[in-house]
Each structure stands twice: as structure tokens, then as C-alpha cells.
Write a protein that binds this ligand. Sequence first.
Ligand SMILES: Nc1nc2c(ncn2[C@@H]2O[C@H](COP(=O)(O)OP(=O)(O)OP(=O)(O)O)[C@@H](O)[C@H]2O)c(=O)[nH]1
Length: 268
Amino acid sequence: MNSGFPLPPGERPLTERIDALLSDAEHRDNPLRAPLAELYDAFSDHLCQLERITRISDHYQAAERDRGAGHAVNYRRQLRRLEKIVRISDQYQGMLRELNQRLEWLSHRDALTGLPNRRHALKRLREEHLRAQRGGRSFVIMIIDIDHFKDINDTWGHEFGDHALTAVAARLAASVREYDVCARWGGEEFLVMLSDTEPCTAGDNAERLRACVGSDPFIIGERQLRITVSLGVGSCRPGEELAELMKRVDDALYLAKHEGRDRIAFAR
Ligand SMILES: Nc1nc2c(ncn2[C@@H]2O[C@H](COP(=O)(O)OP(=O)(O)OP(=O)(O)O)[C@@H](O)[C@H]2O)c(=O)[nH]1
């Protein structure tokens, strides 16, 4: 038997030498022969066990290596999945953000004309009113109403009336500054608020808006149409409530209508 242990050069393996000793008839009666044989058998058994354990351990290590590689593959797959989920979630959140911004924008807009709606106009009015009451610069408001709009609807139809409303809205919006408010106040009425504006300039501003609608005809579909507007104009008095100012401007508009339309009346 060869244990596989390294041997001093030129020497026979120990196991071979023990084999030779044990099978030599000359040593048959030697009292050391039996214990040597016993020791040799025990050694051979241990060697066998050691080899078996080594084989099992090699097997086990190889299996662990394979399992480790399997885990790594699984881990990378899961990582890729997670990265994909994160990407999708980012996209989804971006879309939600855009949707929210769009909804926020829409909640302040009039669906027909695209102008800010009454709710938005009121919010801006309150802010500006508060600023003016705290000693900030004054502002001017105008309620602008299309004249005889019912006739336009009745003559050309409601859809045509919608186009006319939208066209008037576009001219008014183009005639105010970016930080002013030009909103649809309701029906065929618009509200313009000129922030940081002295009351003494209200007349010129109002005339500019009246003229931007009334001076040139509108082309709607295949028709040419003259449209005029009436305006009630006012600015806030010191300590005046917003509701009072709005009432005075409304009354002024009524006056402008009453006095013949296509004109401006100032709040008293
Ligand atoms: N097409 C259309 N018509 C609208 C809209 N909102 C309100 N109107 C119409 O606007 C008309 C307003 O009529 P009135 O209040 O009598 O006023 P008017 O005919 O303009 O007369 P004055 O204001 O007195 O010059 C009504 O016929 C409403 O139906 C809208 O969104 N689209």
C-alpha cells in the first residue's frame, strides 16, 4: 500500500517496508510483529477514512462553489429587475408630476377660452388687494362685457358665439402685461386687473382695451364681425373692502351699458 506521503529519495515507501516485514517468515515469531500488524491495520483504516473525508470535503466545496455561482447569477438577475422597477417607478412619478401640474393648471383655467378662470382671478384680486391695503402700490380693475352677445348667438348659433368669445379673449389677453390678470369672469364677461398701476392711468388703459376689441372686425369662419365691449373701471380706495370695490365696478359697467355700450364708465 502507498500512503502517498513524500519519501526520502532512494527509500522504499514505509508501507512497502512494513508489508515486507510482516510477510517475512523470518519475523513470524517476533513479539513486535502482532502489535505492528495491528498498528498497520489501524493506520490503513485511518488512511482510508481520511481519503473518504477528503473526497467528501472536495465534493462539498465544489457543490458550494456551484451554489455560490448560482447565488451570484440570481443576485445579478434580481438587481437587474430592481433597476428596471426603479426606472419604471421614476418614469411613473415623472408622469404623475406632469399630470398634477397639468391638473393644477387646468383647475385655474377656463375650458373655452384658455384664460384664467374666475377662481384664479379672485385669488389674484385678494392678493393684490391685501398688498395695496398694506401700503403697496395700487391696482386697477375692469369688468369688460361683450355688447349684444345674445344677438351673436341667436343669429349665428352658439358654436359661432363660442368662437367669437374665444377671439375676444385672445385680443384682450394680448393687450395686457404678463403679470396682469385677464380672466374669464363668467358668460361673456372678462375681468382685467392691472397690478402696480396708478388710478390716473386707468382711463388710457381701459381705452386701449376697448379699442383692441372694437377697432378691427373679427374674422370668424367665413364671416367678418364687429364686436364691441363695455367696461366698468375702478381702483381701490384706502381701507375699502374688495367686495365694495367690485360692486362699484359692476355698477359702473351697468352704467356703460345703460349709456349706449361700446364705452367706459368709471366707478363712483
Ligand atoms: N356661445 C356662448 N354664449 C354664451 C356663453 N356664456 C354666456 N353666453 C351667452 O351670452 C349671452 C348674454 O346675454 P345678455 O346677458 O342678454 O347680454 P348681451 O346680449 O350681451 O347684452 P348686453 O350685455 O346688455 O349688451 C346669453 O345669450 C348667454 O347664453 C358661452 O360660453 N358661449
